[in-house]
Design a protein around this ligand. Structure first.
Ligand code: ZN
Length: 256
């Protein structure tokens, strides 16, 4: 009886059926894919990915900055010994890409000589990014402090033409450009992202081509990124999890 009602409820809440993988548990694989250039099989990648709340806080803040001054931001996602760190910098004008190099440093310092706690300090380019207190016993068996670059993303600003693409007024966002995809394909990165009013995540698979295929920029869409480029394509509202895009594959014939 209870099974019956569970099923009925699930019909009205389809998102309940998608089990997500937390980003922190993908972190080791991302580093491996980036280093080895061997990417995962499509079906072995998760269908949904959830992110920690401080990741979303930072992404939402960067989205707000881009909406405010209409400048693209380059976003770097790092692993700072147990925490996901998101940094950003202005990417310049729409046609000009300029991403300054950044560095991340993680250090632990005992709060006082007798304290059982240490302060974990994350610095980005010598500026303090975050501080938190951790129990000393957690550091006892630490062999090394792990700081890793994971992937980059960028923002696209909203366009507010009166004649927007869909004929309605209001703002719209451009999708991944040919330049975005070309630079992703030519890099070792296994993951990239785009922040509009949504978060888009692309993960390379073992079938992703090394060079840009014969396709025009106007044909770049979640469908073609999945079927032509063999990326696993995810999207989601800011602050929610990202869910895999299911491409529409169709064929048709008219009678003669
Ligand atoms: Zn772009």
């Amino acid at each position: 009886m209870s099974n019956f009602w569970d099923n009925i409820i699930n019909i009205f809440r389809p998102s309940n059926k998608i089990s997500s993988v937390h980003f922190n548990s993908l972190r080791g694989q991302i580093v491996h894919w980036n280093d080895s250039g061997n990417y995962q099989t499509y079906n072995l990648l998760p269908n949904a990915i959830s992110f920690p709340s401080d990741f979303w806080q930072k992404v939402t803040e960067i989205h707000r900055h881009t909406s405010g001054d209409k400048h693209e931001r380059a976003i770097n996602v790092w692993w700072a010994d147990g925490d996901v760190v998101v940094t950003h910098s202005v990417r310049g004008e729409a046609s000009k890409v300029n991403i300054p190099k950044q560095s991340i440093k993680v250090s632990y310092k005992q709060v006082s000589a007798t304290s059982q706690y240490a302060e974990k300090i994350v610095k980005v380019d010598a500026n303090v990014y975050s501080k938190k207190t951790v129990p000393l016993r957690e550091l006892k068996n630490k062999k090394r402090v792990v700081v890793q670059f994971l992937f980059n993303m960028h923002t696209h600003p909203p366009h507010t033409d009166s004649n927007s693409q869909d004929g309605r007024s209001g703002s719209w966002y451009s999708f991944f450009s040919e330049t975005d995809i070309r630079s992703f394909l030519s890099s070792n990165a296994s993951v990239t992202g785009l922040v509009t009013d949504k978060l888009w995540i692309l993960i390379k698979t073992d079938l992703t081509p090394k060079v840009f295929p014969e396709i025009s920029e106007s044909d770049l869409s979640p469908d073609t990124l999945t079927t032509v480029f063999n990326f696993k394509v995810y999207s989601g509202d800011l602050g929610r999890m990202v869910i895999v895009h299911r491409p529409e594959i169709s064929g048709s014939q008219a009678d003669k």
